[in-house]
Write a protein that binds this ligand. Sequence first.
Ligand code: MN
Ligand code: MN
Length: 412
Amino acid sequence: MNPLQRRGFLSAASFFGIAGVAQAATFGNPDHPAQGMRNAVSPSSKTDPGPKNPALASQFPDFQSPPSTDVDGMPLFWASFNNAHKRIQNGGWAREVTQDDFAISEDISGVNMRLSAGGIREMHWHQQAEWAIMLTGKCRITTLDEQGRPSVDDVEAGDLWYFPPGLPHSLQGLGPDGAEFLLAFDNGKSSEFNTLLVTDWIAHTPPEVLAKNFGVPEEVFKNIPLDNLWIFQGDIPPDLPIDRKNSRVVPGAQKVIYKLSQSQPLSRTRGGKAQIADSRNFPISKTVAAALETIEPGGMREMHWHPNADEWAFVIKGKARVTVFNTGPKAQTANFNPADVWYIKKSLGHYVENTGDDVLQVISVFKSDRFAEVSLSDWLTHVPPEMVRQTLNIDPDVLARFPTGRPDFMPL
Ligand code: MN
Ligand code: MN
């Protein structure tokens, strides 16, 4: 049997769990030399007597013992907010994962921020678009669009916002316990610690220019802060209608918020569901598409890829195991816990298993105006069955049992 035939035979056999074949020496990895614990015969090649931190190592069972189908040589696609340095000030904190710390995340950088009740992320703007999902609590957001139309909105867990590049905005935690949210910038190099701040600009403009600009005496500006505030403790704001009235809000501004968690799922099976927000249902979100995926215990997000954009994903709750496939062939499997992040380059194959006892929830972000995916089972069931038989040695009768269309989540 030549290696090509064996690859087909073994993968088909393992898929259907044919007894005996599973014990073959190169099971699951036809490449040579074979990798993985099950292909290591000498006892010492399976042990790890050197220095280690068991608490940290135990978080990565599939790095400690990768599936034998993994082939090394792929850049790390795992990162986390759990080990990101927090900048804490009176009023809240933020931590971030940017390309500086996570080399492959070219298109997206992420920020996790907390604001206390009344805590203010000061009025600011930046060159990148800002997308966000609320994780807990309540937050008030204010913006001004390029036609001079203001918005003031309150958001809570599961709600999104999107600010186009340059849009001025502020964020404030509400009672009783403030807010925590996840931000994504549509540029991997963006940082929350490097934004255009209103206090900085005012402090770095000559007082006579400020007087001329606003048509008031210079003395008006004698008490401005000389250092920026970034995040600071403020007073809990009044009810929303009062702040809207005081901000001169009139109907007509484009909506900057979207209630993703209350939206109709794009797909739903026993294995899970996906809720999508992109420019088709959230028109302002022109550079970021998002998918909120809920995967049931034992469920799996099917083998797929995204043809139009890299995937940056944040685990909201639960435990996941993900494998990414690239040319070479190369494959890498990693484990994820809440507040961990993965990054998968455009068109690389991947799947997501829920490896925990509870629901797994993941928010995925793409630098694109629309969410797009290609499903492997959709493809295999939409070519002539003879093509699949001659390629994978899978009988057309068996292929007929594959899910047709795009299941998204298994089991059906
Ligand atoms: Mn911002
Ligand atoms: Mn995906």
